[in-house]
Design a protein around this ligand. Structure first.
Ligand code: ATP
Ligand code: MG
Length: 556
């Protein structure tokens, strides 16, 4: 068995099981599946499941199916299915020909339900949903049997066929497995397998008015696809006995096994699709791809790369114990990738004009600047310079405190890759605000080095005013104020009102002109930025992907 991973890699408990099953010959190939319900966009938690399922298939020469769990006709939309396919592919995985839908199996699932009825293992119950709930018992008390539990096979078959035929309204009957109302596991107390829903399904249209429950459809779909390892999150652990019961009592062509791992939780955000849907529908964010939410589409728009998402999932690992991952680890992963791969440019978010008085009015020149010091193959670009430049306004202080080494009256600093300049004076408006600086430059420091070896204490980024490109820059902060926005019970009350700051008039060096949406840059000294799809030929819009500073300390 060949693997593409480094041999030193420590196996997680699921890969250990997979290797053991291959070694003992329990399975000759491994088949996994990623089973999203198309009722929302995928988030970074799903990415963990995607990397696990597709990753295992890739590493062990197996197969991973993309299966839409589309058993609920009311919440699902074709738009979501398309978005899910786009996102899985973007994260970097290929399901090849193995794209399936639980709805493809509706006829087979129905026939197996009839088999269960014939075997005396399922019955039609005519109690209301509420009555069923009442008889179900609690964690400490056993349930009570429904008065309809002992209907004859003939009566059950007749009713179930008429359910399918559309004779009854929603909720009139359900099909239940006949297992054990006294089971300590409530999932085994005659779980509902089918319910009546007179709803149009986005794929099967009006062909059906009964729909299988997830707990029924899932194991049987796994078996139909001959999935070997059905990997899901821990909340399904208590459903495993039902999973196994169905595999045992239905004449399925294969015997898949379910394994559970801890879901990914991140601090300072919410992750369930239901909550993300509220953020989107109630307009708290701009859409499913808002760069502030942890959807794959949002992370993409924010400037994340597939490689960073995969390496994050790898670092998080797969284990059985629930925990909360620091969002700083996600940010660490994108910085690490962009540090190696994003070209550097200079841009000024809050421009302060500097007039270099001894530089000729009409003159301009340009400097050949490496695009990425981490990547010698990234080449160089021309950065123009002229008499009037912009610097970051907070890089100047009229009365600098002790530890402030940047520009101040009478002080010399280096302009990155250009010249040393010395500030001669600050020009103020009537309100006393500084509107412009005057400076001189030292022509002998061309390229940013002095022949006499003197070294200014600060190097500033800058943009030539005449050549600058006006851009919009969107700065993002955390969407929520607390680590666990759900703690208070109302996550919307915890929204950070300052999660988006728009800088309307940033000045960028002209080399960014024409950059395509999703192109990523490091703005020197400021952070990583990505071209937003809202950009037009006339105006580039950037999203800040991450600041430069790392708040995550790498664990040894
Ligand atoms: P949500 O709770 O966000 O609505 P879900 O579990 O209902 O998610 P599904 O579309 O049913 O969403 O999930 C598809 C697969 O992704 C499932 O196998 C599920 O276990 C897995 N998954 C969902 N959320 C996470 C997570 N946070 N971490 C790891 N895997 C997850
Ligand atoms: Mg679900």
């Amino acid at each position: 068995m060949s693997t593409t991973e480094a041999p030193t890699r420590q196996l997680d408990f699921i890969r250990e099981i997979v290797e053991e099953d291959l070694r003992t010959g329990r399975h000759s190939t491994v088949i996994t599946r990623f089973p999203p319900e198309p009722n929302g966009y995928l988030h970074i938690g799903h990415a963990k499941s995607i990397c696990l399922n597709f990753g295992i298939a890739q590493e062990y020469g197996g197969q991973c199916n993309l299966r839409f769990d589309d058993t609920n006709p009311t919440k699902e939309e074709a738009e979501y299915a398309e978005a899910i396919k786009r996102d899985v592919a973007w994260v970097g995985f290929d399901w090849g020909k193995n794209l399936y839908h639980a709805s493809d199996y509706f006829e087979q699932l129905y026939r197996w339900a009839e088999d269960l009825i014939r075997a005396g293992k399922a019955y039609v119950d005519s109690l209301s949903a509420e009555e069923i709930r009442e008889l179900r018992g609690t964690l400490t008390e056993p349930g009570k049997e429904s008065p309809y539990r002992y209907r004859s096979v003939e009566e059950n078959l007749d009713l179930f066929r008429r359910m399918r035929g559309g004779e009854f309204g929603d909720g009139a009957h359900v099909l239940r497995a006949k297992i054990d109302m006294a089971s300590p596991n409530v999932n085994m107390r005659d779980p509902v397998l089918y319910r009546i829903r007179h709803e149009t399904h986005h794929r099967t249209g009006d062909a059906w008015c009964i729909y299988p429950m997830y707990d029924y459809a899932h194991p049987l779909s796994d078996a139909i696809e001959r999935v070997t390892h059905s990997l899901c999150t821990l909340e399904f652990e208590d459903h495993r006995p039902l999973y196994d019961w169905l595999i045992e009592h239905v004449p399925v062509p294969a015997r898949p096994h379910q394994y559970e791992f801890a879901r990914l939780n991140l601090n300072y955000t919410v992750m369930s699709k239901r909550k993300l849907l509220r953020l989107v529908e109630e307009g708290h964010v701009r859409g499913w791809d808002d760069p502030r939410i942890p959807t794959i589409a949002g992370l993409r728009r924010r400037g994340y790369t597939p490689a960073a998402i995969r390496s994050f999932c790898d670092r998080v690992g797969v284990a059985k114990r629930e925990n909360v991952i620091d969002v700083a680890l996600l940010e660490f992963s994108i910085r690490e990738d962009l540090n190696l791969h994003a070209n550097r440019v200079m841009g000024v978010l809050r421009p302060l004009r500097v007039v270099i008085e001894n530089y000729p009015e009409e003159k301009s020149e340009s400097f050949d600047v490496p695009n990425n010091p981490e990547d010698p193959d990234a080449g160089t670009r021309q950065v123009p310079f002229s008499r009037v430049i912009y610097i970051e306004s907070d890089d100047f202080m009229e009365e600098p405190p002790k530890k402030f080494f940047r520009l101040a009256p009478g002080r010399e600093v280096r302009l990155r890759s250009a010249y040393f300049i010395t500030c001669t004076s600050a020009v103020k408006n009537d309100a006393g605000e500084i509107v412009e600086l005057r400076a001189t430059y030292d022509p002998s420091t061309r390229g940013g080095d002095a022949a006499d070896g003197r070294k200014p204490k600060a190097t500033l980024h800058w943009v030539s005013a005449r050549h600058a490109l006006d851009c919009e820059v969107r700065l993002y902060d955390r969407l929520f104020r607390s680590e666990n926005p759900e703690e208070s019970g109302d996550f919307l009350a915890d929204l950070n009102p300052d999660s988006l700051e728009v800088v309307p008039q940033a000045k960028l060096e002209p080399s960014v002109r024409g950059a395509a949406p999703f192109t990523r840059f490091q703005f020197e000294r400021l952070g990583y930025f990505c071209v937003d799809p809202d950009s037009s030929a006339a105006r580039i819009v950037f999203n800040r992907t991450a600041t430069l500073k790392d708040t995550f300390t790498r664990r040894a």
